[in-house]
Design a protein around this ligand. Structure first.
Ligand SMILES: Nc1ncnc2c1ncn2[C@@H]1O[C@H](COP(=O)(O)OP(=O)(O)OP(=O)(O)O)[C@@H](O)[C@H]1O
Ligand SMILES: [Mg+2]
Length: 218
């Protein structure tokens, strides 16, 4: 739980699971309900973060050492927390963020085998303990997600997708890692299988839980 007056919602899941789509739906829904909210994403969300995003997602960066990759994600996150997420939560806003610390655990940890203890430590010092109040994990079969993703992502942001084409195991390990995290923190996670659900069906499930939690907060 964050110690802030705001409410912090993250969306997680592999490529093409529907994170951006659902974040947009949720943001519009909260705005219509006159709830102060802010939508952002990782990597990115600040001027430096956006430049780091370009380094991390562009296939031209090629193979990056897993720890170096971790540090780049954490550098982006640090700027994001200090400049954007922390202040917005402090103002009492609902912050919606596509990808956050669980992505690091799933991709660099379960996917690339960076020791989880390093990642928990780095996430902790980066965020100063700011944790999502609710994490929506959009689960999807890797093959389905990948084909959705290729159809809508620009060439400059396909580094992970291209790697997954070569190494399917990596993608399965990431997905499995996410599901393990959800099992470990059941009170924080809402898991939705999106493989055979429409965008609207998925959103109805998110909306119900978000509404409950926000009302519970008073
Ligand atoms: N439940 C769904 N069923 C079918 N198609 C979907 C569903 N959710 C999203 N899509 C479609 O799949 C594509 C990818 O969705 P989206 O961009 O939201 O995924 P993402 O998780 O943000 O992916 P990435 O990690 O690549 O940014 C889009 O074209 C979107 O319209
Ligand atoms: Mg997206």
């Amino acid at each position: 739980m964050s110690k802030n007056p705001g409410f912090f919602i993250t969306l997680e899941g592999i490529e093409g699971s529907g994170k951006t789509t659902q974040a947009d739906y949720l943001f519009s829904f909260l705005k219509e309900a006159n709830i102060p909210c802010f939508l952002t994403r990782e990597p990115g969300g600040t001027p430096l973060g956006d430049r780091i995003r370009e380094l991390l997602l562009n296939p031209k960066s090629g193979v990056i050492d897993p720890l170096a990759e971790t540090f780049l994600f954490e550098a982006s996150r640090r700027e994001h927390i200090k400049q954007i997420i922390g202040p917005a939560l402090g103002e009492g806003k609902v912050v919606i963020c596509v990808r956050f610390t669980d992505s690091t655990l799933a991709y660099q940890g379960y996917g690339r085998r960076v020791p989880l203890s390093y990642l928990y430590y780095l996430n902790d010092i980066t965020t100063e303990g700011i944790m999502p109040d609710l994490t929506v994990l959009l689960d999807v079969e890797p093959q389905v997600g990948l084909s959705r993703s290729f159809s809508h992502t620009s060439e400059e942001e396909l580094r992970f997708e291209k790697e997954f084409l070569v190494s399917k195991e990596f993608l399965w390990a990431v997905r499995d890692g996410y599901l393990r995290l959800a099992q470990e923190y059941p009170e924080r996670f809402l898991v939705i299988d999106t493989t055979n659900r429409s965008e609207e069906e998925v959103f109805a499930m998110i909306q119900e839980v978000v509404w409950q939690r926000l009302r519970g907060r008073g």
